[in-house]
Design a protein around this ligand. Structure first.
Ligand code: F6R
Length: 242
């Protein structure tokens, strides 16, 4: 596991954008695994900037997002479909048919999980998976558990995740309690993984991910076993590993 400590959020975002941009330049038809939330916003801003300068071409890139809230249609203002549209897809030349996000409003959620997992395999797997980190150590929405959940699945969100993410909804009651998430096996199969974390509130999870035992109790710790994982954290998130 490579650990890079950036000065602050902005530097972390620029470094992450350089890593992602390099992949797109070197492998124009690459498959990117994408995350949502607060953390990758700066990364996406930088990628849009590179694109506007004519340095990046997304026309052959394929993307698979990590997760989506159960019950939210793609046009729901708090859906991850909408987030991706607003923060990346509508600003670059990526063909929409290449962009994949689980359907949280699918009638048959189990079938949707199967379909999603198969679509990732059919695309040849993920070349570079971007990950954020939950305060409880979750990656994707793989919450602390007694076992690692393998493939794309429906997950009940942990209390700490509900508390952390309800601020993005008009009221806490409107936040869905369940999500569809890529599983740990799906994430671990990616050829490269790039985990980002910023801020003091992530310091404990970063420490567990990097120095703790590998345990489903802190899902990100599994990345210690990934052959090509890079973590870029800012100084505050790195405060307990230095
Ligand atoms: C989002 C995702 C989550 C977030 C994590 C951190 O697609 O899979 O694991 O990365 O909850 O969220 P932020 O970045 O908002 O702190």
């Amino acid at each position: 596991m490579r650990i890079v400590v950036a000065k602050d959020y902005d530097q972390m975002s620029r470094m992450a954008a350089i890593v992602v941009a390099s992949r797109v330049i070197l492998q124009p038809d690459c498959v990117l695994g994408l995350a949502t939330g607060q953390t990758p916003l700066g990364l996406y801003r930088n990628l849009v900037e590179f694109y506007r300068h004519g340095d990046l071409d997304f026309s052959r890139v394929t993307t698979f997002n990590l997760d989506e809230y159960v019950g939210l249609a793609p046009d729901h203002p708090c859906s991850y479909h909408r987030y991706m549209e607003d923060n990346l897809f509508s600003h670059v030349n990526i063909p929409r048919e290449n962009c994949h996000i689980p359907r949280g409003d699918a009638e048959d959620l189990e079938e949707e999980c199967r379909r999603y997992e198969e679509a990732i395999c059919a695309a040849g797997g993920v070349d570079l998976q971007i990950l954020g980190l939950g305060v409880d150590g979750h990656i994707g929405f793989n919450e602390p558990d007694v076992k690692f959940e393998g493939s794309t699945h429906v997950v009940r969100l942990a209390q700490s995740t509900l508390e952390a993410n309800s601020r993005f909804f008009p009221s806490p009651e409107q936040m869905p309690r369940f999500a569809i998430s890529m599983g740990i096996k799906t994430i671990m199969r990616a050829r490269r993984v790039l985990l980002l974390a910023s801020g003091e509130e992530k310091a404990r999870a970063v420490r567990g991910a990097v120095l703790g035992e590998v345990t489903p109790d802190l899902p990100a710790s599994i990345l210690q076993l990934h052959p090509n994982a890079t973590i870029i954290v800012d100084e505050k998130a790195a405060s307990l590993i230095r």
